[in-house]
Design a protein around this ligand. Structure first.
Ligand SMILES: *Cc1c(COP(=O)(O)O)cnc(C)c1O
Length: 362
């Protein structure tokens, strides 16, 4: 079976430039979508076929479509940045392509070849390049590849048909008015993922399971949830859509990958960027009790969450069912800010790309 090429069927009616620019001036997150999308189908015995770039729009599904009942779905998230020379570059798309295949394998889905994943990104970005916000700010174009079981019928088995789609949405500065530390709720009653489960796959079901704890966090005046390991309920894992890191002076520690933690590309990049800047950056175990004690003693100087959407988010306060504590004085810590600036500088093409992470179009 050969890898299909993407057939271009562009819209005859893209959004007028003035309307597009009005959206780009204040895009928010995930509210507006570009003029086009990519769709690729897979069927047993046929493989990948029918790869198209088409106008963005609704799709029609039979009510018995597998994904609506059994949730066989995976997704990715990455950003394209306008470079100083006006070109467009993606940050580490090969890593997303690889993770998408890993997620597919765990969810018993067809694995999209990595070169087809990249070709889809290239095709959409080339067509909708005008939707990438100008260089200078923190704005970017967020790309959302996803795939779901499109077979019809209610039998429970890995589907024999899948639909891959790629959509794009201009994304504003995550923190309008500057980076502000968030307050974290430690979920002691609910877990996100279990050993042997799907925690290391980027699948919608993990997010569905996180909505109740997220609502609980909001009810306690918190912005985000941090989860503990499911077995001992003592070790810090991650924050549901972001990984977490602890700063002890010049040493940065992030929870080691246990199978129930999603392997964030921002996490991995920051481990490298931190080492490049001369910090010690390592994977290890941090328990909730250690977190509490080290915050009290002052050994723990900063804590941050990291992921594609918000890049690096300082964690200022922590609440549990029984207590709460703070890090620093309520402003973002210097290490957190330095790492954030270093990563954004790379992504926006203003600092040298030593690791070959930027994927330029064309
Ligand atoms: C996507 C995701 C992250 C962050 O991954 P990045 O590749 O850095 O964006 C962290 N945790 C979970 C559960 C995720 O789904």
């Amino acid at each position: 079976m050969t890898t299909p090429t993407i057939e271009l069927k562009p819209s005859a009616h893209p959004l007028p430039a003035a309307e597009r620019e009005a959206i780009l001036a204040n895009p928010g997150f995930g509210r507006h979508f570009t003029d086009h999308m990519v769709t690729i189908r897979w069927a047993e015995g046929r493989g990948w076929h029918d790869a198209q770039l088409v106008p963005y729009g609704p799709i029609s599904l039979d009510p018995s479509t597998h994904v609506l009942h059994y949730g066989q779905e995976i997704f990715e998230g990455l950003k394209a940045y306008r470079q100083p020379d006006g070109s467009v570059a993606l940050f580490r798309p090969e890593a997303n392509a690889r993770r998408f295949r890993n997620s597919a394998r765990r969810m018993a889905m067809a694995e999209l070849p990595e070169e087809l994943f990249i070709a889809a990104l290239d095709a959409l970005l080339t067509q909708d390049a005008d939707w990438v916000p100008p260089h200078g700010g923190e704005e970017s174009l967020y790309l959302r590849p996803f795939m779901f079981a499109s077979e019809t019928g209610l039998g429970v088995h890995p589907a024999n048909e899948y639909l891959f789609m790629l959509i794009a949405s201009p994304s504003g500065a995550y923190f309008a008015g500057g980076v502000k530390p968030v307050t974290i709720w430690v979920s002691e009653d609910h877990v996100r993922a279990v050993p042997g489960g799907t925690g290391d796959a980027k699948t919608g079901g993990n997010y569905a399971a996180s909505l109740l704890p997220q609502a609980e966090a909001a009810a306690h005046g918190c912005d985000q949830v941090v989860y503990l390991d499911a077995v001992t309920r003592t070790k810090v894992e991650e924050s549901g859509s972001m990984n977490i890191a602890f700063v002890y002076g010049d040493r940065i520690v992030t929870p080691e990958l246990t199978g129930s933690i999603l392997e964030g590309i921002t996490r991995d990049s920051l481990l490298q960027v931190a080492r490049d800047l001369g910090y010690t950056a390592e994977e290890g175990v941090v328990t909730l009790q250690q977190w509490r004690e080290d915050a009290a003693s002052g050994a723990l100087t900063e804590v941050f969450a990291c992921g594609t959407a918000a890049v690096v988010t300082p964690i200022g306060h922590v609440k549990t069912k029984s207590d709460g504590w703070s890090h620093g004085d309520g402003t973002p810590g210097p290490v957190t800010l330095r790492l954030r600036e270093a990563l954004l500088g790379l992504q926006r093409g203003v600092t040298e790309d030593k690791h070959g992470w930027m994927h330029k179009l064309g």
